[in-house]
Write a protein that binds this ligand. Structure first.
Ligand SMILES: NC(=O)C1=CN([C@@H]2O[C@H](COP(=O)(O)OP(=O)(O)OC[C@H]3O[C@@H](n4cnc5c(N)ncnc54)[C@H](O)[C@@H]3O)[C@@H](O)[C@H]2O)[C@@H](O)CC1
Ligand SMILES: Nc1ncnc2c1ncn2[C@@H]1O[C@H](COP(=O)(O)OP(=O)(O)OP(=O)(O)O)[C@@H](O)[C@H]1O
Length: 642
C-alpha cells in the first residue's frame, strides 16, 4: 500500500488520478448528484481509494475534489481551451471534463451556477483553519513530492483567491482575501463565486442566532406574564372564596335563628343531652350537618345498644334533614375544608406562642398538672406512655388514675408519675373528683379498657371535669365510651377527640347510622365534628386531619413508616398539656384567630410525628414508643423553640 507520508493536502498526480477515477464512477456521481449531505459518499470514496493503496480521509478526498472542481471551473470560465492555457490551471481538465460532461456527469452550467459550492456545504465540514500552505496546495492541487511528474507552478491568467496572513494583536490567522492577482492587469477579471457564498453564510448564522435569542427572550417574557396572571388569578379566587364564606356564615346564622324559633327544632335541647354551646360561626349548628346524609338511608342500627342520647341525636337530625341550612352548611364545609402549607406554618407559629416560658419565678405545678384516666389489668403501658409524655412535654405533675392491680405496675415503670389506684374502687368518682381542682388537663381513655363500671366512672369524671371547665382529651377506650354516648362530650369546646381510623369509623357510624365514605376523610371529619357540636377532632393517619367543624387542617410533619402501639398515647398525653397551655393563652388573649383546641391538637400531632421520625432514624424497624418518648425533648426544641 502506498501510504501517504505527506501532509494531508499534498496529492501526487497518480493519487489524484485514482481519486478522479473513483469519483467519476457512475454510482458515486449518482450519489453525489443533488445530495446535499454527501459525507457518506466521500467515506465510500476514501474507502475505495484506500483499497487502491492510498490512505486519505473522506475530508481530504472531498477537499481535493472541490479544489479540482474550482480549477476546472476557472479554466472553463476563462475560456482558455483554445489557447491551451487550461492545462496550466487545471492539470486534470480533460478527466474532469469527461466526468462532468459525460452521460452521468454534472451539467457544467449547473456547476458554474453554483460555483464550487455544490459540495462545499457538506455536513458542516469547514475549510476554516487551513493554513497557507494547505490552501495553496489545494488551490493548485499539485504536490511537488512525491509527485509523478514535476509540476511547474504558473499563475493563472484569471484572479484566484489566495490567502494572506493577517495579524491581529498577538495572534495571526490566515484569511481568504477577496481576490488577489499577481498582475494588476488581471484585476478586472471575474472573481470566483466561492467567497461570496461564504460571506452570505455568515449573516445567515448571525440572523439565526439573533432570532433564537429573541425567541428565548419572548418566551421568558411570556412565562413571566403568565406567572403574574396566575398569581392575580389566585388572589382573585381567594378573595372570592373569603367573600363566599362570609356570605354563607351570614346565611347560616339566619337559618340557625329561623330554625331555633321553630318548635322541636335544633335549638331545642334534648332532655338527656347537654345544651349545645352558642355557635361562634354558622358551622356551629352541629347536629344539622349530619342530617344531610342521615336521611339518605334507613337507619341500620349499627350499634347494638343505642343510648337515649343517640336516639335524641338521630331524631334531631331527621327533623332538619330537608332544611336549606343543610345545603348552606354543605357548601360552607366544602369551601372551608381546605388547608395549605402556609396555614400550617401559621398554626405552628401559634403553637410557639402558647408555650409558657421557663422562669425561676414559677412554682411547681404552674406549667400544668395533668390527669390520665386509664390503666387496668390488661393495659398498663398506655397510661404510662401518656403520663410520661405529658411530663416530658413540660407538665410539672402527671397523675394516673388507674385500677388497683395496674397501679403497682405503672409505678414501677417510673418514679416520676403519681399513681392513684382508685379507678375500680366503689367511690371512684369521688376519689378522683378530689383531685380535679388541682388538674389543668385531663386525658381520658389510654388503657381504660371497656369494662362497664370503668366506663361509667370515666363518664362521670368527664361530666365533673366539664363543670370545672378543664380541657379534656378523649382517646382509645374513652372514644369507645363517646361512641356509645356522644352526649358525654358533645358541644364541649374544651374537648378534643383523637380517634385512629378504626375509632373514627365507629364514631361516624354511631352518629350517622350509615357506613362512612372512606374516600373523603375531610368531609367525614367535618361531619363528625359538626355532629359532636363542633368539637375538635383529630383523625390520625398518614396525615393527621384536625378540625373544629369550620375547616380542616392537616398535619403532615414527616413521620416514618413505623407504627408502634402506644404512639397514640404519646399524642394524647402531650395534647393534654398543650390544651392547657392553649386555653390559658386564649384566656390571656394571645390566641384569637384559631380555636385553642385546634392549636393544641396541631402542636401535639407535629410533636408525635417528629418524635417518630427522629426515633426511626436511630432505630428503624425496631422503633418503639419508648424510643419516641426519648425524643420528646429534642423534637420539641426543634419544632417549637428554634
Ligand atoms: N402498651 C399498652 O398498654 C398499650 C395499650 N393500648 C390500649 O389498648 C386499648 C385498645 O386499643 P386498640 O387500638 O387496640 O383498640 P381498637 O379496638 O381501637 O382497635 C381494634 C383493632 O383495630 C386495629 N386498628 C387500629 N388502627 C387501625 C387502622 N387505621 N386501620 C385498620 N385497623 C386499625 C387495631 O390494630 C386493633 O387490632 C386502649 O385502651 C389503648 O389505650 C394502646 O394504646 C397500645 C399500647
Ligand atoms: N400512616 C401514618 N403516617 C405517619 N404518621 C402516622 C400514621 N398513622 C399514625 N401516625 C402518627 O402516629 C400518631 C398516633 O397514631 P396511631 O394511629 O398510631 O394512634 P393509635 O392507634 O391510637 O395509637 P395507640 O397504639 O397508642 O393506641 C398520630 O398522631 C400520627 O401522628
Amino acid at each position: 500500500m502506498q501510504a501517504n507520508p505527506t501532509r494531508g493536502f499534498l496529492w501526487s498526480d497518480v493519487e489524484t488520478r485514482t481519486l478522479l477515477t473513483i469519483w467519476g464512477e457512475q454510482d458515486i456521481q449518482t450519489a453525489l448528484d443533488g445530495n446535499f449531505r454527501n459525507s457518506f459518499v466521500y467515506r465510500d470514496v476514501s474507502r475505495r481509494l484506500g483499497a487502491m493503496g492510498f490512505e486519505r480521509t473522506p475530508e481530504q478526498c472531498r477537499v481535493r475534489i472541490k479544489s479540482l472542481k474550482r480549477q476546472y471551473l476557472l479554466a472553463k470560465e476563462g475560456n482558455l481551451r483554445n489557447n491551451g492555457q487550461y492545462h496550466k490551471i487545471c492539470k486534470f481538465y480533460d478527466i474532469m471534463e469527461r466526468i462532468l460532461t459525460g452521460p452521468a456527469g454534472l451539467d457544467p452550467r449547473e456547476l458554474m451556477e453554483c460555483g464550487a459550492a455544490g459540495e462545499e456545504a457538506v455536513d458542516g465540514l469547514e475549510e476554516d483553519g487551513e493554513d497557507v500552505q494547505d490552501v495553496y496546495s489545494e488551490s493548485t492541487g499539485e504536490c511537488p513530492y512525491p509527485a509523478e511528474t514535476e509540476v511547474k507552478l504558473e499563475y493563472p491568467t484569471v484572479p484566484i483567491p489566495i490567502p494572506v496572513k493577517v495579524t491581529v494583536g498577538n495572534s495571526s490567522a490566515s484569511v481568504r482575501p477577496h481576490t488577489s492577482s499577481h498582475s494588476a492587469s488581471h484585476s478586472s477579471a471575474r472573481a470566483p463565486k466561492r467567497p461570496r457564498k461564504r460571506r452570505a453564510n455568515f449573516p445567515m448564522e448571525k440572523l439565526m442566532e439573533q432570532f433564537l435569542e429573541q425567541s428565548a427572550q419572548a418566551e421568558d417574557g411570556f412565562y413571566r406574564m403568565e406567572e403574574q396572571r396566575l398569581q392575580a388569578e389566585d388572589r382573585r379566587r381567594e378573595a372570592e372564596h373569603a367573600r363566599e364564606l362570609h356570605m354563607l356564615q351570614m346565611l347560616g346564622q339566619m337559618f340557625a335563628s329561623i330554625s331555633s324559633s321553630r318548635p322541636g327544632s335544633a335549638a331545642t335541647p334534648c332532655k338527656t343531652a347537654p345544651p349545645p354551646p352558642p355557635p361562634p360561626t354558622a358551622a356551629r349548628a352541629p347536629v344539622i350537618s349530619s342530617a344531610s346524609l342521615s336521611h339518605t338511608r334507613d337507619l341500620s342500627g349499627h350499634l347494638k345498644r343505642r343510648s337515649p342520647q343517640t336516639d335524641c341525636l338521630s331524631q334531631h337530625t331527621q327533623l332538619l334533614s330537608t332544611d336549606p341550612q343543610t345545603l348552606v352548611l354543605e357548601r360552607y364545609y366544602a369551601l372551608g375544608s381546605t388547608s395549605h402549607k402556609g396555614m400550617e406554618d401559621d398554626i405552628l407559629s401559634l403553637v410557639k406562642t402558647i408555650i409558657p416560658p421557663l422562669t425561676s419565678k414559677k412554682h411547681k405545678g404552674q406549667d400544668g398538672r395533668i390527669g390520665i384516666i386509664g390503666g387496668c389489668q390488661d393495659y398498663t403501658g398506655a397510661p404510662y406512655f401518656a403520663a410520661i409524655s405529658a411530663l416530658k412535654v413540660g407538665a410539672d405533675l402527671s397523675h394516673v388514675f388507674c385500677t388497683k392491680d395496674a397501679a403497682t405496675v405503672i409505678k414501677s415503670y417510673s418514679p416520676e408519675l403519681i399513681v392513684h389506684p382508685v379507678l375500680d374502687s366503689p367511690n371512684a368518682v369521688e376519689e378522683i373528683e378530689k383531685w380535679l381542682p388541682r388538674l389543668h388537663g385531663l386525658v381520658v381513655g389510654p388503657g381504660l379498657g371497656r369494662d362497664d363500671f370503668l366506663l361509667k366512672t370515666a363518664k362521670e369524671v368527664i361530666e365533673r371535669s366539664k363543670a370545672r371547665d378543664i380541657p379534656i382529651v378523649i382517646d382509645a377506650d374513652g372514644l369507645w365510651l363517646v361512641t356509645q354516648q356522644p352526649s358525654v362530650i358533645q358541644g364541649y369546646q374544651k374537648g378534643i377527640l383523637t380517634p385512629n381510623f378504626m375509632e373514627f369509623t365507629r364514631l361516624y357510624e354511631a352518629l350517622h347510622h350509615e357506613p362512612m365514605d372512606s374516600s373523603d376523610h375531610q368531609r367525614g371529619v367535618l361531619q363528625v365534628s359538626a355532629a359532636m357540636g363542633n368539637l375538635t377532632l383529630v383523625l390520625k393517619g398518614e396525615q393527621d386531619l384536625i378540625t373544629d367543624g369550620s375547616r380542616v387542617f392537616s398535619c403532615s410533619v414527616e413521620g416514618s413508616g413505623r407504627r408502634c402501639g402506644g404512639q397514640g398515647d404519646l399524642l394524647s398525653g402531650s395534647m393534654g398539656v398543650l390544651a392547657h397551655w392553649a386555653h390559658t393563652a386564649s384566656t390571656a388573649g394571645t390566641v384569637r384567630s384559631v380555636n385553642p383546641s385546634v392549636v393544641a391538637a396541631f402542636g401535639a400531632c407535629s410533636l408525635t410525628r417528629q418524635c417518630n421520625s427522629q426515633a426511626f432514624q436511630q432505630h428503624g424497624r425496631s422503633t418503639t414508643t419508648s424510643d419516641m418518648i426519648q425524643e420528646i425533648g429534642s423534637a420539641f426544641k426543634k419544632l417549637f423553640e428554634s
